[in-house]
Design a binder for this molecule. Structure first.
Ligand code: URA
Length: 437
């Protein structure tokens, strides 16, 4: 089957057969299709679309382009959470140990940050010594010993996605729902899960700015999970402002440990609330708890008695990290950073925050990646002081930037200031969990 024939067929709006999609993914995986041919077919798919059957076949073929993990020797039910990405979105670091403390095994394969959104692997690497490059044997052993493991995508898992994602990123073909679904689900289904909870973000810092688009993505993800016989549910959560108190790798780990230590900080409550919501859904989907109410009570109890923090500590030890940060999270932070307060220029209520701008400034200052091979400064970050609905006066602090001294810093405080919209009337505050599928 020649690539140009498949490209022509899709270019002309026709439906690709199972064998043709299999030939495409085979060619991506074994390198027999050139990048320009893959990119041309991706663009034809983006413009002409895939029907539900083509999308399901694409997901299956991408999943089977690599290994599907088998955790049948682990007795506990296996579940994971996947987020579509946001700013300050750090729930994985709470969910994995908390679910493990409640009896669910979590084989968490995570990614790095790209663009304005952060990635779990970068956050984990701010823990001194923490190894995110586990072999499959180490990955399984870690889950058996402490209930969860967090590692990067190995070459064995959905290799076709790795290649396709890089080309989609370079050819403006990322934001098409069937391609997003195939990409996310091929990786997650390869984890050998019984259940999957998806956190689809919506708002100014999300991949899907509108609720309608977020719901469409959530429905497509859940439908694909069901087709592949994995119990799947999706929560649509608010990303109209950063989640919790901090944005930035080390600062986000710091926030998670403070929550696991049961520190009650008003600005961290949204992180805690969403982490509990998503973990509770994992417990219900796996049958560990009957309903969301009892599941949330179990999560509260495991947080309160310190067992979730103990799980994190065991995992950090097994993944070669410095366990002292669990007692002294301050050790994660560098006191030599510049701290620049972003001040309000007027009086009023914070009514909107352009969250994407906060993520982009983090990248510009070295806290995130612009290109996939960029090195990052784990200490760069932002502390959110004012949230939507707060009343501020001229000169009040909206947030604090933590950064190194570079030329790029100069404009950052003014740009951040402009990310906040103030109004004279108190705005309606949106729910953190806006819906579920
Ligand atoms: N995240 C993924 O893993 N894939 C996509 O296509 C988009 C977001």
């Amino acid at each position: 089957m020649r690539p140009q024939d498949l490209i022509r067929k899709k270019r002309d709006g026709l439906v690709l057969s199972h064998q043709e999609i299999a030939a495409f993914i085979g060619g991506v995986t074994d390198g027999s299709w050139a990048d320009y041919q893959i990119s041309a077919l991706l663009m034809a798919i983006f413009l002409r679309g895939l029907n539900a059957d083509e999308a399901a076949v694409l997901t299956e073929e991408m999943l089977h382009s690599g290994e599907v993990l088998d955790f049948s020797e682990i007795d506990a039910p296996k579940a994971d959470k996947h987020s579509t990405g946001g700013v300050g979105d750090k729930t994985s670091l709470i969910i994995a140990p908390l679910a493990a403390a409640c009896g669910v095994a979590v084989p968490m394969i995570s990614g790095r940050g790209l663009g304005h959104t952060g990635g779990t692997l970068d956050k984990l690497e701010s823990i001194p010594g923490y190894n995110v490059n586990l072999s499959l044997t180490e990955f399984k052993k870690t889950i058996k010993l402490c209930g969860f493991a967090m590692s990067g995508q190995t070459a064995e898992i959905a290799p076709a996605d790795k290649k396709l994602y890089a080309l989609r990123d370079a050819t403006a073909t990322v934001d098409y729902i069937p391609l997003i679904v195939a990409s996310i689900m091929s990786k997650k289904l390869a984890e050998g899960l019984d259940a999957l909870v998806l956190d689809v973000k919506t708002g100014t810092g999300a991949f899907m700015p509108t609720f309608e688009k977020a719901r469409e993505l959530a429905e497509a993800l859940v439908a694909t999970g069901a087709k592949c016989r994995i119990r799947t549910t999706a929560v649509i959560s608010d990303m109209n402002q950063p989640l919790g108190k901090f944005v930035g790798n080390a600062l986000e780990v710091y926030e998670c440990i403070k929550i696991l230590q049961n520190e009650d900080d008003a600005q961290m409550r949204s992180t805690r609330e969403l982490s509990l919501e998503l973990t509770a859904r994992m417990l219900v989907l796996t049958g560990v708890e009957k309903n969301l109410e009892t599941a949330k009570s179990l999560c509260e109890a495991k947080l309160r008695d310190g067992s979730a923090l103990e799980k994190l500590q065991s995992n950090i030890k097994l993944q070669s990290g410095d366990i002292h940060i669990c007692d002294q999270p301050d050790a994660l932070l560098d006191n030599n950073l510049l701290q620049i307060a972003v001040k309000s220029e007027t009086d009023g209520f914070v009514s909107a925050i352009d969250t994407k701008i906060i993520g982009q400034i983090m990248c510009n200052l070295g806290g995130g990646r612009i290109k996939t091979d960029d090195q990052i400064d784990h200490q760069v970050g932002y502390q959110c002081e004012a949230v939507i609905g707060d009343e501020v006066r001229t000169g009040d602090t909206l947030g604090v930037l933590f950064c190194r001294h570079t030329d790029k810093v100069n404009l950052a405080p003014q740009t951040l200031q402009k990310a906040y919209k103030l109004s004279q009337e108190k705005p309606v505050i949106s729910e953190l969990v806006k819906g579920s599928v």
